[in-house]
Structures are given as C-alpha cells and as structure tokens.
Write a new protein. Structure first.
Length: 245
C-alpha cells in the first residue's frame, strides 16, 4: 500500500521518452503504478482501456497536443489532470486550467515535485471518481442555500441536480463552503489546495473560480462565489441570483 491507502495508477503522457522514464521511475519509488503514452492519440487509447487515477499530461506534443487531449478527456471523464508545460507561459497554464486541469508544473521540473503534486491531487480524490452512480448526500454534507456538498462522496449539487466538478474545483468550493461568511485570500486558497510552499499564480485560482461560476450558472445559480476586490473570495448566497461584488 502506498500513502494514499490503495494502489493507484498514473498515465504519463509525454513525447520525450527520457522524461517519461524519469517520471515512471519517480512514481515507482513512491509505490504508484504507471502507464506510458508517447503522444495524445495513444493517451486517449490508454485511458479508454484502463481508466487511470490521474493523468500527467505534456502540453506541447506533435499530432495532438495536451490541450486537445484534455478537451477530449473532459468530454466524458473527470479524471484529475496535471499538466506539464515546456514554456513558462501563463497563457498555456491558464488555458489548461480553464479546460479542466487540476494543476500544472513547468519544465524543467523535479520529478519529486511532480510526484508530490500528483499525490496531493490523488489524496483529495481517493474514492471519489469512477464509481457507479452517486449516493445520497451523507449526514456530514455542507448545505448553503441551494448548494449541497457531500464531502465524503465528493459530490456537488445545486437544488438537487449534480454539478460535475474536477478535484480542485470541489476542494476550492468545499473550502469556501466550510466558512460561508469568511473571505479567503488567494494565498489562503492556494494553501488549502496544495499546502504551503506550492508556487502557483493568483490567476490560477481565478481560473478555477471562473470554472465554478460557469458550471453553476449553467444550472441556474449565478451567485455561487462573491468577489471582494483586493481581498479574495467568499461563498455567495447560493439562492440563484446575480453575484454580489
């Protein structure tokens, strides 16, 4: 057993065999099984044959880049995705988050950092994705207005209808819902998502919040998250009306 409590499988997708070898070795040392893919098409085939617990996905690949792979995975799966970017260009990273990625690492990177981030994501999602159907909300569910979060089943509902969220989106919303009146700074939200010491930008948090707002607005809730200019975010009234700024 590894630290997550069960055998987990990571799909490593990169067109550079040396990088794949480094990551496979690092995950193996951590007790995590891996499956490799050298391009986007092979990644989709591998994910279809054996759904992984997490995908480590290079953005810049020939034939089909990581952004397109992410789009296709997100069409019918909420598997957590950790992007690898060979350029420190914020647009790539933010676009990846907008498409539904949970986190990113910029090359050159330490394999240990990739494994640490992957473990953090899988620790949050243990037992949450890939099950048959959804159970009724547990007694420990968080409720606020029309919002219900089943913290054990990792399920979010708006007025009884399920809203499908990524692992990071759920963790962010659960943090806000745990203290509805509290304003969380972006740094505090980053610490809640990744733990102290993880260097990601404020724009990454903003992208996750935009994703949450869009998903709930599509379901009829336009007041999910309030913005406090220059301070941060807090949970909105969740009554279905427009956001309060």
């Amino acid at each position: 057993m590894n630290m997550i409590g069960m055998t987990r499988t990571v799909l490593v997708v990169d067109d550079d065999p040396h990088i794949r070898q480094l990551l496979v070795f690092a995950f193996g040392k951590a007790g995590i099984e891996t499956v490799e893919a050298g391009d986007g098409e092979a990644a989709l085939v591998a994910a279809g044959k054996q759904p992984p617990d997490l995908v480590v996905l290079d953005i810049n690949m020939p034939r089909m880049d990581g952004l397109e792979v992410c789009r296709r995975l997100r069409a019918d799966s909420e598997v957590p995705i950790l992007f690898l970017s060979s350029r420190d260009e914020e647009i790539d990273r933010v676009l990846g988050i907008e498409l539904g990625a949970d986190d990113y690492v910029v090359k050159p990177f330490s394999p240990r950092e990739v494994v640490a981030r992957a473990k953090a994501i899988m620790r949050r999602t243990a037992g949450s994705f890939g099950g048959e159907g959804r159970a009724a909300p547990s007694e420990g569910a968080l409720r606020h207005g029309g919002l219900t979060l089943d913290t054990e089943g990792w399920a979010a509902q708006w007025q009884g209808a399920e809203i499908v969220l990524t692992a990071t989106e759920f963790t962010l919303l659960r943090t806000l819902a745990s203290a509805p009146g509290r304003i969380f700074s972006r740094d505090q939200l980053i610490d809640r998502l990744h733990g102290p010491g993880f260097a990601i930008t404020d724009r990454t948090i903003d992208s996750h919040v935009r994703n949450l707002r869009r998903k709930f607005a599509d379901a009829g809730c336009s007041d999910l998250v309030e913005t406090r200019a220059g301070v941060g975010y807090r949970l909105g009234a969740c009554r279905g009306g427009p956001e309060t700024v």
